[in-house]
Structure formats: C-alpha cells, structure tokens
Write a protein that binds this ligand. Sequence first.
Ligand code: ZN
Ligand code: ZN
Length: 318
Amino acid sequence: MEEISKNFKIKFWGVRGSHPIPNPDMMKYGGNTSCVEIQVNGHLIIIDAGTGVIGLGNELIKNYISSGTNEFNREPISAVMLFSHTHHDHIQGFPFFKPAYIGTSKIHMYGSKSLGLDFADTLSQSMFTPFFPVDLGEMDGHLIINNFRETDMIILAPGETKPITKNIFDYDMSKLDEDSVIIHCLKSYAHPKDGVLFFKITWRGHSVVFASDKEGYIGGDSKLTSFARNTDLLIHDAQYIMDDYVSPVTPKQGYGHSTPEMAIEAAKLANAQKLILFHMDPSYTDKMIDIIGENIQNSIVNAMVAYEGLEIDLVCTK
Ligand SMILES: [Zn+2]
Ligand SMILES: [Zn+2]
C-alpha cells in the first residue's frame, strides 16, 4: 500500500495566468506561468510548458546527469507533454526546457488541432528565427508531436515509455492492463479564439482533471461536469475575483477565464473530491490571493489555491 501511495503525485511548477510576474509581493504563490508535473506509476506527464517548465526541466537534467557518466550510459529522459493550448503563458517555457536539447530524450507531445493547423505546425510557428535562435525542428531531442482529439485515449502501459493512442469507441477495454495510465481530453470552446483542451489522467480508479483557461457557463459546463465526474482532484481556472470579472471599468467577461465561484460550482456539479484554483491573475499579490483562499474555506467544496511547489499525492487525499 505504501508503494502505491507514492505513485500518483502532482506538483505545481507554475500557477499564474497571462504572463510571468517576478515580484517580491508574489513569492508565496509564485510568478511562473502554467506547468503541472504528474508522476504516475513510473510515467512522467507534464501539463503545459509555461515558464514553470524551466525549473522542472532543470531538475530532470540534474537527475539525468547523475544517472551515469556519459550520454551513452545515462538514463534517457522520457516524458508525455500535454498542451492545453498555445497561448504564450502555456508554451513560453518550452524553448528553455533543457531535456528537449538532449539527443537521447524522447518527448511525446500532444495538443489540439487549431484553426485548421496541426498541433506540430502551430507549435513550430512559435519557435523559429527571428523570434528565437533555435527552430523547433533543430532541438536535438526526439520530439514526437501529435494532434489529440476527444475520441482518442492515450495509454501508458506499465514499464513502457512509448504511449499508445487508441480510439475510445474502437478499443476493447478488457484488453487493458489494469495498471495502465489512461489520458483523455475534452475540447472546450469557452476560451478565445479556438478553445482549449482539458485533460483527465486516470490510474487505478484515481484521477486528476486539468481544466484551465475556461470561462464558466450559467448552470455549469455540462461537458466538463460529465468529464470530471467524481474525480479526486479538479484543477480549475480561477483567474479573476468577481469584482474584476464584472468591473464596470475593465470587465473581464468574455476573456475566457473563471472566478473562484465558477470553479467551486464546477467542482460541486462534478462531485470532485478536491478543487485547486489555478491560473491566478498576475496582478494579484500574495495578500490578495490569501483572501481568496480564506473566502473559499466557507464553501462546501474542499478547495485551496495552487502555489508553486505544491505537491499532492492523489491516493492519500481520499
Ligand atoms: Zn492562460
Ligand atoms: Zn489562454
């Protein structure tokens, strides 16, 4: 039992939305943009590559270097990277993700086809001269870049580093090794202009759902409610407090982000066991976010605000 409890871990490397904010008033929650690491049954899954992914990459490199004496005997870095979408705050750390420059690294990357372009084409447009000195295709690591659709599921079999993608309607689930990790996605259009992907990672009956960069709907988001039903952990956008969301001077309605109230409603409707508020506005100081955290204590949902360095063991949260 002890071994299992250590095997579904979630770590937050970047929790801000919009842009990074290095500022002494924001050190408690952190200034890096979106990045979440999931270690599950020996697999490394990374959600988003905002600036938070730079620190994660540096740690992976440290472990890689200490695993051997040269590039031929070191343990190669292997990861699945899921991209919610390609706004700057979700990809701007990738050019500085050092494992992608190591020739033995294998990084399986998944994102949505958007505005008619394959995910690989969209991503390569974000990284080429003169905007960055290295083109995406010039990175030494083996990058396997795929479109991810709602009808797909990614299977990470025990001990296998290569993910398999199957159609959810065609696959005989009885063939599945019960120790496999499964990744599903849901396309949401509640974020301009072409929506985002939400992700659900499931292992041994436990799951985490990542739903950032989405605005709430009146009565809740029915697709998300079904997708996240009974999840152990819902990571949900909560960028704006209600006063900012409906501000008569600079209203944020239609920006594609939620308030803490919307996140709480989503968690309640889905019967999520725990809610993490994510993608905090970069203008919010630690003091302001402390108040958000205090206010949500009165809700019936088990909720907290994400901060850089927060680690959650899913099996232990139940
Ligand atoms: Zn964002
Ligand atoms: Zn966005």
